[in-house]
Ligand binder design. Structure first.
Ligand code: SAM
Length: 258
């Protein structure tokens, strides 16, 4: 399967989410942490262009960014040349096979874990639980199965934004999204087509695996009776309101004790 984010350059990704209010979302996430906020040694899955990483940095001892897209990973390496931040160009599943686990916080923010199958998510949580030798606070967001089922099985959404820098020949780039729900494995395939004027720039296919949140909660309660799964309103500008990713995210917060 083609890896998502293989065509999206960091430049285009930054443009797409230039109006996303990461700071408010970060503050919201911090409200799920013990106060005063200290992330300690962080394992961050799917760091993307590192916006969340940079917000966590002042509150962290170290951050290990896991990013499977080679383009995003090399962008992260250039962006953060600090000893505090390490970048690994791999998936979170593969990284857990090889890491020396010494983390206080696991973060995967903005639809990262929807790219892995729910069964693999359960395995990932089991592995986090078996590795940690100290309390590990896990914070991530997910789409629910119910929400994905509500999505149009076919349809499209258009996002327009100004394109500066090397994309400045075109007044704007348009992103078309059309989705197909696959009943067999309950996945949602989203085909994104990026156009500049009349010209098609590239396409990307993203396969999202929605999670059955009540099942997840039952499993998490065995690890942490106080686990939290609750809806969060992710901020976006009104033009992007209908986009696939944002409106109905659920925040998952729990602590694994060794
Ligand atoms: C929507 S982006 C979020 C990026 C960043 N966290 C942010 O808030 O902007 C999802 C990211 O997850 C990464 N990703 C997808 N599958 C992954 C996996 N199996 N392990 C780790 N990261 C993954 C993608 O490459 C992409 O950078």
């Amino acid at each position: 399967m083609c890896q998502p984010f293989s065509s999206i350059t960091p430049e285009i990704y930054s443009l797409l989410y230039s109006k996303k209010d990461y700071k408010s979302e970060f503050d919201l996430l911090c409200s799920y942490m013990s106060q005063p906020v200290q992330f300690g040694n962080v394992l961050e899955a799917g760091a993307g262009t590192g916006t969340f990483t940079s917000l966590m940095k002042p509150y962290s001892q170290s951050i290990t960014c896991i990013e499977p897209s080679p383009q995003m990973a090399s962008y992260l390496l250039k962006r953060f040349s600090s000893e505090k931040i390490r970048v690994e160009n791999t998936s979170i599943e593969d990284y857990l096979d090889v890491c020396d686990f010494d983390f206080d916080t696991f973060v995967a923010y903005f639809n990262v874990l929807n790219y892995i199958r729910p069964a693999n998510l359960s395995k990932l949580i089991t592995r986090l639980a078996s590795y940690t030798s100290k309390p590990l606070h896990c914070l991530f967001d997910l789409w629910s199965l119910e929400y994905v089922m509500e999505q149009p099985k076919e349809g499209s959404t258009i996002i327009k934004f100004p394109s500066p820098g090397s994309l400045s020949n075109s007044p704007q780039i348009t992103r078309f999204a059309s989705s197909v729900f696959n009943n067999d494995d309950e996945s949602l395939s989203i085909l994104f087509t990026f156009n500049s004027g009349q010209e098609e720039l590239f396409t990307e296919t993203h396969i999202i695996y929605p999670t059955n949140l009540s099942k997840l909660k039952d499993n998490l309660k065995k690890l942490d009776p106080h686990c939290i799964i609750e809806p969060i309103a992710c901020s976006q500008d009104s033009a992007a309101k209908n986009m696939y990713s944002f409106c109905r995210n659920w925040l998952v917060s729990f602590t694994i004790s060794p």
